[in-house]
Design a protein around this ligand. Structure first.
Ligand code: GAP
Length: 445
């Protein structure tokens, strides 16, 4: 096992142990590359999505929100190019029935030896020519399972924004340039999923489409690249683990004229988790053609009509969660003991504070309960009286809880508690009636 596998394995195991992420349908042996978020995971992902929404929608006056349905008219996916081009080339083995991506390095064979064999069963001459396989999940709408009833689970949330762009424009009284943001599920029947929640078949996207006048897309592209990088740095992601990757001509998606990925250095290597795309008028022009409905914008200042260009920012909520988890995961030696700690940004941490009575007697549990009840309207807090105080701290370190509030013998005398900082391990004595303000200030730092 390589050291990188080891880190991922440890993270996957921590995620299960502490209730961040579980395998879907585990009691039935699991469902391939589908994951469920447990009590701490759902909070972490919700915090990421909320912070994204706040910065992309609530703190701006030129971006509106939307929540479009997952199911859309099947013609959407013809117009968007997904029916024709959202495919992977696949090769089948006629003998063992395994399927491989045509670019699987195992299919190449040694140089100068053309008769490639099946990488699984080893038979020669059993592989088919490459065939294109569409990555969209299909299902049937209504009671009849026939071709006319086929609908797709959306492979990106963006299309729900394009088909609603005029509705939003007219109802919100926005003017171009403006954007529409959306968070929602997307589905792809990935052939080579893996690396935990990195590449899955069901995932969430946080996407924003910014509609601009043709000719100005270059400056907006740069603007959004800078904004997105700033946002990631505001989460405390280590900058040396982030980099840009510009798509070469052969990497560009069918809709993109220019694209930059933001990559993170995961334990399994540098990989993309967010993209900024110049989609030109590709989507709107195609929807206009396929639907027969005009999707032009009339500029009130100049009376010009045009189909807007689109600059897209597209992030995976699950992949961003994996970035946040990988970046936060540390193994440290503290006072001669090993500890595992998630150094999560306090605003993202599933729990803000744990309230811990030192012992379960002498009035400490009663005071601790009162403190816990006082914190709950303000922060996600957790009450833990099980096991030694050291063990309780370790559990909260693994959960990434930034503050441990301990009620000890002195607390019942003078109404003060100790607040332990997860990262520095420093303990400060704070008056009980100042705790809410104290934690509020710390969260702002
Ligand atoms: N609307 C543009 C679009 O969908 P993409 O690069 O195909 O672009 C955008 O996907 C983001 O969605 C990726 O950067 C990634 O974070 C996330 N994503 C895509 N496929 C995924 C998968 N199979 N599992 C998890 N996240 C995925």
């Amino acid at each position: 096992m390589s050291p990188t596998d080891n880190v991922m394995e440890k993270l996957v195991s921590l995620c299960k142990r502490r209730g961040f992420v579980f395998q879907s349908s585990e009691i039935y042996g699991g469902l391939g590359s589908v994951w469920d978020y447990g009590p701490l995971g759902v909070e972490l992902k919700k915090n990421i999505k909320e912070r994204w929404w706040r910065s992309m929608v609530q703190e701006r006056d030129d971006v509106e929100g939307l929540d479009a349905a997952i199911l859309m008219h099947p013609k959407v996916w013809e117009a968007s190019g997904h029916v024709a081009t959202f495919t992977d080339p696949l090769v089948d083995c006629k003998q063992c029935k395994n399927r491989f991506r045509a670019d699987d390095p195992r299919l190449k064979g040694p140089p100068g030896q053309p008769d490639t064999k099946c990488p699984v069963c080893g038979n020669k001459g059993t592989l088919t020519e490459a065939r294109r396989f569409n990555l969209m999940f299909k299902t049937f709408m209504g009671p009849v399972e026939e071709a006319a009833a086929v609908v797709f689970l959306r492979p990106e949330t963006a299309q729900g924004i394009y088909v609603n762009y005029l509705n939003v424009l007219q109802s919100s009284r926005q003017k171009i340039p403006f954007g529409i943001a959306q968070i929602g599920k997307a589905f792809r029947n990935e052939i080579t999923p893996g690396n935990f929640i990195f590449r899955t078949r069901e995932f969430e996207q946080m996407e924003m489409q910014f509609f601009v006048k043709p000719g100005t897309e270059g400056q907006w592209f740069e603007f959004w690249r800078a904004e997105r990088m700033k946002w990631l740095q505001s989460l405390g992601i280590r900058p040396e683990r982030l980099r840009w990757h510009q798509h070469g001509k052969d990497e560009l998606a069918h809709y993109a004229k220019d694209a930059f990925d933001i990559e993170y250095e995961f334990p399994f290597g540098w990989s993309e988790f967010e993209g900024i795309h110049n989609r030109t008028d590709f989507d709107l022009a195609n929807h206009q053609r396929h639907s027969g409905k005009k999707l032009e914008y009339l500029d009130p200042a100049t009376n010009e009509r045009f189909v807007p260009y689109v600059v897209e920012t597209s992030a995976g909520a699950d992949r961003t969660a994996l970035v946040v988890l990988c970046d936060a995961y540390r193994e440290e030696e503290v006072e001669g003991e090993q500890r595992v700690v998630l150094k999560l940004h306090p605003a993202l941490a599933p729990l803000t504070a744990a309230v811990l009575p030192l012992v379960n007697k002498d009035g400490m549990p009663e005071l601790a309960r009162r403190i816990y009840d006082g914190l709950r309207p303000h922060f996600h807090a957790f009450y833990d009286d099980g096991g030694s105080i050291g063990r309780r701290y370790r559990r909260q370190d693994e959960a990434g809880t930034p503050f441990g509030i301990t009620v000890d013998g002195q607390s019942t005398q003078d109404q003060t508690v100790t607040v332990r900082d997860r990262d520095t391990l420093k303990q400060e004595r704070v008056a009980v009636d100042r705790l809410v303000a104290y934690l509020g200030e710390k969260l702002k730092e």
